[in-house]
Design a protein. Structure first.
Length: 225
């Protein structure tokens, strides 16, 4: 788990509007997981609210395989219940469906006390109705202005930008790494992209071919937004 300042910079880097110098090279999936830990285990409802809004806007460009793998090994039942609930809410994105199986017990209260009472008074957050998480309406702020729009995030975060171009794939992640360090060995690229050596090798060859044919790769993102 990164420190508060490091996590805040990473969240700002992937488009969650927090007051921090954004880490524009932050890994998207690990940042999402750590943000959920902050929200569910450290009771940071502000973080959890902005995270949930971000997922509603940007989930289609999340590398679902990588996220599922990361959540599956996390020991916190509360964190897994959150992601199971997200998968149910975003059920149209079938890539996230495996997350639903990560919590099969009774629904978990978001608040340490009083969740059921607050739901009786105010109703339930419509995003979590029938899910594994009991969330009273109004507990998690949901404002689209709390996250960067896709076009703004593509200008800020190179990895997100390549995913817009190629989809949330290993190829996009490898090209992002090579754009920053073009002479990196394939073994290191595979390690950083968390992919197989064969996948990294093929994407690296394609990257080199593209550079040779076009003379240059696509221009880097405008990191000033």
């Amino acid at each position: 788990m990164p420190t508060y300042d490091v996590l805040t910079a990473r969240m700002a880097g992937i488009g969650l509007r927090f007051t921090a110098e954004p880490d524009v090279d932050a890994n998207i999936e690990s940042t999402l997981l750590f943000a959920s830990v902050s929200g569910m285990e450290q009771e940071s409802l502000r973080t959890l609210g902005v995270l949930t809004t971000w997922l509603g806007v940007h989930h289609s460009l999340v590398n679902a395989h990588r996220l599922v793998r990361a959540v599956s090994t996390h020991p916190s039942d509360r964190v897994r219940a959150y992601w199971a609930s997200i998968a149910q809410w975003l059920r149209a994105d079938r890539r996230l469906a495996p997350l639903e199986s990560f919590h099969r017990g009774f629904p978990i209260d978001l608040l340490p006390v009083g969740s059921k009472f607050q739901i009786q008074r105010r109703g339930e957050d419509t995003r979590f109705v029938g899910s594994k998480l009991l969330v009273p309406k109004g507990t998690l702020r949901d404002r689209v202005s709390d996250v960067l729009a896709p076009d703004a995030l593509a200008r800020q975060h190179a990895g997100y930008r390549y995913r817009v171009l190629m989809g949330p794939s290993v190829r996009a992640d490898v090209w992002t790494i090579l754009e920053e360090s073009r002479d990196m060995c394939v073994e290191e690229v595979a390690r950083r992209a968390a992919c197989s050596l064969a996948a990294a090798s093929q994407a690296s060859r394609d990257f080199t071919l593209f550079r040779a044919s076009c003379g240059r790769v696509l221009p880097p993102p405008n990191r000033l937004g």
